[in-house]
Design a protein around this ligand. Structure first.
Ligand code: F3S
Length: 282
C-alpha cells in the first residue's frame, strides 16, 4: 500500500517545547512533587506515561492549599493572570510552558484593552486557551465569538474593535467573521493570531486527503485541533478515519485500499504516528 505521511503531522513547536520542559523537570528532580496545570497535552498516552513517572495533573477546580507544594508546569495553552498568581501564592514554583505564540495574544489583549479597544476573541469559549486569553483582559470590554450569530447579539456601535483568534481556529471561518465585521463599517484592528503550524497542518492534510483512497487522522478524542483536521479531511475524502492509537485501526478496511494518507493532531507523539505508518506499510 502506498502511504503518504504529512510532514506537518504531530507535535507543533509549542507542544514539543512544553512536553520537553516536563521531561527536563523530571530529570532535574528538584525537591517536591511535579505537577502540570491540566493535562500537558490532549493525549491520554502521554499523560499516562508522565503519571507513571510521578507527574500529577492539577484539576482546574482543585484546592491548591490541599496539595504539597512543588513545581507546576503551565501547559502550552497558557492560563490567565489570576491562575498564575494563585499558584504562586499557594507556594508553587512555576515553570511556564505557555507557547510563545499564545503569550503574544495575552500581551495583545492586555495592551489593546488598555488602549480602549473592545476585544473580540474568535474561538471556542470553553477552550482552555481562550479562557487563558480572557484571563489577561484587564477589563470586561470583550466578547468571545465563533459564529456569525454570536455577532448579531453584540452592540458594538461606536467601539474601536480589536480582533484576535484562538491559535487553532479555522482560518477560513476567521476570515468570514472578520469580513462580516468589516462590512458593518466598524473601526477594526485585525490581529490574525492563528498559528502557522495549524494552517500548514490543515492545508497539507486537505491536499493529501484529496489524492488518497482513505485518510487516517490520529489524535486524542478531546483535541479540538484534531477534530478540525478530521472535518477538513472528511470533506476531501469520504473514507477518513479518526483514531487515537494503532489499536483503533480497522485492518479489514485497509485491506481494500491501495493509497492511504496519514496526518495527526498537534498533540500526537511521533511514536504513535510511526506505529500507524508501519501497520499501513505492511
Ligand atoms: Fe503554539 Fe501553534 Fe502549537 S500556537 S502550541 S505552536 S499550534
Amino acid at each position: 500500500m502506498k502511504v503518504t505521511l504529512a510532514k506537518s503531522a504531530g507535535f507543533c513547536f509549542g507542544v514539543k517545547r512544553a512536553v520537553d520542559m516536563v521531561y527536563e523537570q523530571i530529570e532535574d528532580a528538584k525537591e517536591g512533587p511535579i505537577y502540570t496545570y491540566g493535562p500537558i497535552i490532549h493525549n491520554e498516552e502521554v499523560v499516562k506515561e508522565l503519571a507513571e513517572k510521578g507527574v500529577r495533573v492539577i484539576a482546574e477546580d482543585e484546592d491548591l492549599h490541599g496539595l504539597e507544594p512543588g513545581t507546576v508546569i503551565i501547559r502550552s495553552h497558557g492560563v490567565g493572570r489570576k491562575v498564575k498568581e494563585d499558584l504562586e501564592n499557594a507556594g508553587f514554583t512555576i515553570v511556564d510552558a505557555t507557547c510563545p505564540f499564545v503569550q503574544k495574544i495575552h500581551r495583545y489583549v492586555a495592551k489593546y484593552a488598555e488602549e480602549g479597544y473592545f476585544v473580540l476573541i474568535v474561538g471556542s469559549e470553553s477552550h482552555p486557551e481562550v479562557q487563558g486569553i480572557v484571563g489577561w483582559m484587564p477589563n470586561d470590554s470583550y466578547a468571545v465569538i465563533s459564529t456569525p450569530q454570536d455577532l448579531e447579539d453584540l452592540a458594538l456601535a461606536g467601539e474601536k474593535i480589536c480582533i484576535v483568534s484562538q491559535t487553532t481556529f479555522n482560518y477560513n471561518k476567521f476570515q468570514e467573521l472578520v469580513e462580516i465585521i468589516r462590512k458593518k463599517g466598524y473601526d477594526i484592528l485585525v490581529l490574525n493570531t492563528i498559528c502557522n503550524a495549524t494552517e500548514e497542518r490543515q492545508s497539507e492534510a486537505a491536499t493529501i486527503a484529496r489524492d488518497v483512497d482513505a485518510m487516517i487522522v490520529i489524535g486524542g478524542k478531546h483535541s479540538s485541533n484534531t477534530q478540525k483536521l478530521f472535518e477538513i479531511c472528511k470533506k476531501e475524502c469520504q473514507d477518513t478515519y479518526y483514531i487515537q492509537t494503532k489499536e483503533d485501526l480497522d485492518l479489514s478496511v485497509l485491506q481494500s485500499i491501495s493509497n492511504v494518507g496519514i496526518t495527526a493532531g498537534a498533540s500526537t507523539p511521533n511514536k504513535i504516528i510511526e506505529e500507524v505508518q508501519k501497520i499501513c506499510q505492511k
